[in-house]
Design a protein around this ligand. Structure first.
Ligand code: GCW
Length: 675
């Protein structure tokens, strides 16, 4: 299947061809790399291809320093372990036609090469001879990871971009796409990856068996050449499902022995493997609770098995009761993560990292920050976000999530006076831990454009860039992505940026209001269904009646606010101090309650929904202005989705507003039609 180059287009730099004339008269660019490892080879290959495409120049490879020095223009890769930039940092200096990329580790050279190529494109540098620049960067997060939820039959759980490009009919795929993908994600600094769904069932349990080792070994090598470590999601019940034991109890010596032997076998065959990702005791998956053990027991048992090989255990905190009775007014799903993991803070082995979803529920368009970030103090943590847009339009709607991720990262948890933000905690700054970082449930599949919606690629690009450098602004990231994908034309930049930056707030407006979430169709999670989950077992209730809506999560209610550090606990606990965008997450509020805008809650709901739907209309107009400036097939593909979004946003608006109108019988103050 054909696939696009996404943001690795390397469009020829404007002006170069016109001014420099024929092939012959163009300055040759010389690359010098004396290091023969795979990663620097990848860097050289990328530079060769990209520079030829950007400048139409001939590219020469220097055999030695002297050859490089005598060249007119050139790029040299220098490994220097005394630089103190870690394994992944880089330094770039460009003067008088010579560019030196130095780093203390090979991956740093690769990131330097990509940084240079990005800079040349963003600044449209016409000629290396006059290009003076210096930059030094060390990635902010040790882990910058993607999780694929790919199943071995080729389907992707919550995948909206076609089928898996890793699996088909229970076989592992390795083809042109695999390398193209490795280049793509390495270009934005991704350094770790799981390829199989966290719900490990059927053949996926056997990924850690002879059946798949050869292919996995090849795959791990392919990714390693781009500085990316392969991890596997494993089935906690593998000792039973794969090993034929009668138990998977982490405190049973037969189980420990089985995992010890398994780990030895795995690393003999897959020496480049990073470790395991585990979803346990969650949504039907087996885990330590099955045996009356704690999650520390479960994680530590695996941790000691993989430790001799430098392996890591990434353990998810998405643990809650998914068999709740909706009549049960005491249980609050939002509290589950903290309730399960806080009591065992400090009990985890040092090669375990807890992977925590950004919010206490599940990737809604708006949620408070999980209280675990401000709570845990003695445990390695990673932030998990989702770019697959399961609840944010499923890559049928444009919803640029980087502004949301920025808010999450900048949130002050008050766990520490100086370094209390989520960014501080998950980058390891607060507690000085090296096992820390960010992971995204990813959004790619085998669609020709990788992400179904062409504009959804901005989320993949943006996640990587942000995880590498958390100080980048959402707008800057959007601009970078647009330039490299569609070129630097002013109107193209302006309109796409507008669409991207308006998209998350718009989506929030026309879907569920004020942090309540969940008003989606059950199972598919797509499209409006206000009561879809209301009388179900998933613990996601809004409890709207004719007077009020929302759940009281204060200390007078479920007590969830008590999981936050002060002053957050008090702020969230008081109706008048609670940030309005989260009002209905924390409080039960009457429809005639007056918000800071002077509007009633009900009128706010009406207004934001109409407004959001109008914004979705605007996206179509902004895009239509770009016809002729964007390659036609892409233009049409995006237009189709934006038209769909406009209709769907209207549907959302009308369903939600009519629901509240019918509950309250209070008309819209502006007299707009409610049904
Ligand atoms: O968001 C929910 C999804 C499930 C998913 C689960 C998880 C992989 O609806 O499909 O399972 O979260 O994060 O484990």
């Amino acid at each position: 299947m054909e696939f696009t180059k996404a943001w690795l287009q390397y469009h020829s730099i404007k002006g170069v061809k016109e001014t420099e004339g024929s092939e012959e008269s163009k300055t040759e660019i010389t690359i010098y790399n004396e290091h023969k490892c795979d990663i620097t080879k990848s860097a050289v290959e990328e530079l060769q291809m990209a520079l030829a495409s950007l400048y139409g120049s001939r590219i020469a490879l220097a055999q030695n320093e002297a050859e490089f020095q005598s060249a007119t223009a050139g790029i040299r890769l220098v490994l220097n372990t005394s630089l103190g930039l870690g394994q992944e940092g880089y330094h770039i200096r460009s003067a008088q036609g010579k560019i030196t990329i130095s780093a203390s580790g090979e991956a740093g050279l690769l990131y330097g090469a990509f940084a240079l190529l990005r800079k040349l494109q963003l600044d449209q540098v016409p000629d290396l001879m006059t290009f003076t620049w210096e930059e030094e960067k060390i990635p902010a997060n040790p882990f910058r990871m993607l999780n694929h939820w790919d199943n071995m039959d080729g389907e992707i759980e919550r995948g909206y971009s076609g089928k898996s490009f890793f699996f088909e009919k229970e076989e592992i795929l390795i083809n042109d796409r695999t390398k193209a993908y490795a280049r793509m994600i390495a270009s934005v600094g991704i350094n770790a990856l799981t390829i199989n769904n966290v719900n490990v069932k059927g053949a996926a349990t056997e990924l850690i068996s002879d059946r798949y080792y050869d292919k996995l070994d090849k795959l791990s090598g392919l990714f390693a050449a781009y500085g990316i470590k392969l991890y596997l999601s494993i089935n906690f019940a593998a000792p039973i499902d794969l090993g034929g034991l009668t138990t998977a109890d982490p405190c049973d010596s037969r189980v420990c022995d089985w995992w010890n032997r398994k780990a030895q076998e795995i690393w003999e065959r897959l020496p480049l493997l990073g470790g395991f990702l585990v979803k346990a005791d969650s949504e039907g998956r087996s885990g330590p609770f099955t045996y009356g053990r704690t999650h520390a027991d479960g994680a530590n048992m695996l941790a000691q098995a993989v430790k001799p090989y430098g392996g890591l255990i990434i353990w998810r905190c998405f643990v809650y009761n998914c068999q709740q009775d909706w009549r049960d007014l005491k249980t609050d799903r939002a509290k589950a993560g903290y309730d399960h993991f806080m009591p065992i803070d400090g009990k985890f082995a040092d090669n375990v990292i807890l992977q925590i979803k950004n919010g206490p529920m599940d990737f809604q368009v708006r949620e408070p920050i999980s209280p675990l970030f401000g709570g845990l103090k003695k445990t390695n943590m990673m932030l998990e976000v989702q770019i697959a847009q399961e609840y944010t339009g499923q890559q049928m709607h444009v919803c640029y999530l980087i502004p949301w991720f920025k808010e999450i990262l900048e949130f002050n948890t008050y766990c520490d006076e100086e370094h209390g933000t989520v960014a501080d905690i998950i980058s390891g700054k607060t507690y000085g831990n090296a096992l820390a970082g960010m992971v995204a449930v990813t959004n790619t599949g085998n669609d020709s454009n990788w992400t179904g919606h062409d504009l959804a690629a901005a989320n993949l690009y943006g996640f990587g860039r942000l995880a590498f450098d958390m100080t980048l602004a959402s707008e800057e990231i959007a601009g970078e992505w647009i330039s490299q994908t569609y070129g630097n034309e002013g109107k193209v930049q302006e309109n796409i940026k507008k669409i991207l930056l308006m998209s998350w707030p718009a989506y929030e407006k026309y879907t569920s209001p004020l942090g309540i979430g969940w008003m989606v169709k059950p199972n598919s999670h797509f499209g409006p269904d206000v009561d879809g989950y209301e009388y179900d077992r998933w613990g996601t209730y809004h409890k709207a009646d004719h007077k009020a809506i929302g759940l009281d999560r204060t200390m007078k209610g479920t007590g969830y606010t008590g999981q936050y550090n002060e002053p957050l606990a008090s702020i969230y606990g008081e109706l008048t101090r609670c940030p309005e965008e989260l009002l209905l997450f924390f409080h039960r509020v009457e429809y005639d309650y007056v918000l800071s805008s002077g509007k009633t809650l009900l009128q706010h709901i009406y207004d934001t929904h109409f407004e959001g739907a109008q914004e979705a209309e605007l996206f179509v107009r902004l895009w239509e202005e770009l016809q002729g400036m964007i390659e036609e097939e892409t233009y049409q593909r995006v237009l189709q989705r934006l038209n769909f979004q406009r209709e769907h946003a209207k549907e959302w608006c009308d369903v939600i507003n009519s629901y509240f109108y019918r509950k309250t019988l209070i008309p819209d103050a502006q007299g707009r039609t409610l049904y």
